[in-house]
Write a protein that binds this ligand. Structure first.
Ligand SMILES: Cc1ncc(COP(=O)(O)O)c(C=O)c1O
Length: 424
């Protein structure tokens, strides 16, 4: 029953014990689907049309999954009603094993591969199995916020290392090193990166591996955008450079195969596993507890990873993703006081609003205002654990006309904001 604001509490409510969420959720933040999204939903209920640039969900923008993948899932549906092996079906894990061989990752066996409901579930599983209360995990800032949330939920302490905007959003090795303490258990690397679109060089990856080697840290590497690359840049699987360091690599069908709704992801354990028997036992325990992942989605993996890679048509010169990246970058950087590192990979940009022209005290409030005034939904930088109020993430998935419309409305809003604040 809704509470009458300001009125006395009804007697039946007085008798009820309040149901509180657990304190484990205190540091959990997921603004990609947070209050701005709730406000947008309410506006939609009122009949307004919102342009959603908040989430990397490809299907609603007409990025279809490969037909063959859908057909093979449908063909295997009758055989998908039972639980699978808790680590996943043989054919899919074998395909992932072959993929690691193509990537130059040494010595991966079927036993090292775990399938899950997207990379997300496996990220939560890996952090739960690794962290004791108070253990620290080094995470990028800005980050993909699931990583920070999963760390907190597991009782760990997220410690953010700086990715340097003035250096193309490359992680700072010095900053990373300075944040290692006796409680640090691992380093999270997101490459290609969400939300910055940065792709890391081999030299940088080797530097991070060296830090992990020196301090006995586990590498947790999120490579879900490893095939979403522009202008011919090459992605190196970090695990191919960390053969003597325990490395967990996360990937899925969600992005390169436009299939996030199928919830098909995998985790590969590689590197020196000799000292990690106990941790691996923990991973196996959690895999058994979850009884396996969505079986129809698992059937999609072998077909997706083999043969023709349709993502290449989208990212090549003239391809739809490439055109949209170029247009979004051109339009965003044409707005006075907005700068942006051009993304080399993934589906996002993380532009900066000059604080002189756009003084912003609370960036969530600011982008709530943007939503109400323009009906364009964006996520503020603090939603990615970035420690200032001057950034936001833009998803360049809409068709070019919609991108023009959305960024045009944002530009008009910012022009008004500039005027207001120049006068003030
Ligand atoms: C960096 C990163 N990791 C993981 C995920 C989640 O992927 P999945 O759909 O496989 O759970 C996303 C989704 O946007 C992401 O951007």
């Amino acid at each position: 029953m809704p509470l009458a604001r300001g009125g006395p509490m009804p007697p039946e409510l007085k008798r009820m014990k309040t149901v509180l969420k657990s304190t484990k959720l205190n540091n959990v933040l997921y603004d990609v689907r947070g209050p701005i999204v709730d406000a947008a939903r309410q506006m939609e209920d009122e009949g307004q049309k919102i342009i959603k640039l908040n989430i990397g969900n490809m299907a609603p923008f007409g990025f279809d999954p490969p037909e063959e993948v859908v057909q093979d899932m449908a063909r295997n549906l009758p055989d998908s009603a039972g639980y699978s092996d808790s680590k996943g079906i043989f054919a899919a894990r074998k395909a992932v094993m072959h993929y690691t061989q193509q990537q130059g990752i040494a010595g991966v066996t079927l036993d090292d591969i775990y399938l899950g409901n997207g990379a997300s579930e496996l990220i939560v599983m890996a952090t739960q199995a690794l962290l004791n209360d108070g253990d620290e995990l080094l995470l990028p800032a800005p980050d993909y916020p699931l990583w920070t949330a999963a760390t907190s939920l597991a009782g760990g302490v997220p410690v953010h290392y700086v990715c340097d905007e003035s250096n193309g959003w490359m992680p700072s090795l010095e900053d990373m090193r300075s944040k290692i303490t006796p409680r640090t258990r691992g380093i999270v690397v997101i490459n290609p990166n969400n939300p910055t679109g940065a792709l890391y060089s081999d030299a940088l990856l080797r530097g991070i591996v060296q830090l992990a080697r020196e301090h006995d840290l586990v590498l947790l590497v999120d490579e879900v955008y490893d095939k979403v690359l522009y202008e011919g840049v090459k992605h190196t699987a970090m695990a191919s450079l960390s053969t003597d360091v325990l490395t967990l690599t996360f990937n899925s069908l969600s992005k390169a195969y436009r299939s996030c709704g199928f919830r098909a992801g995998w985790m590969v354990v590689s590197g020196d596993k000799r000292a990690a028997r106990d941790y691996i036992e923990g991973l196996n325990m959690l895999a058994n507890l979850k009884l396996g992942s969505n079986v129809p989605g698992q059937w999609a993996i072998q077909t997706a990873l083999g043969g023709y890679q349709s993502i290449n048509d989208l990212i090549k010169e003239g391809g739809r993703l490439r055109r949209q990246r170029d247009l979004a970058y051109e339009l965003i950087t044409a707005i006075p006081g907005v700068t942006c590192v051009k993304p080399q990979a993934a589906l996002y940009m993380f532009p900066r609003l000059d604080p002189e022209m756009y003084p912003i005290e609370d960036d969530r409030q600011f982008f709530m205002e943007v939503l109400r005034a323009t009906r364009v939904m964006l996520v503020q930088g603090s939603g990615f654990n970035y420690p200032d109020n001057q950034h936001f993430r833009i998803v360049f998935l809409p068709h070019e006309d919609d991108l023009r419309e959305a960024i045009g409305r944002l530009a008009a809003f910012l022009a008004q904001y500039r005027q207001r604040h120049a006068k003030a």
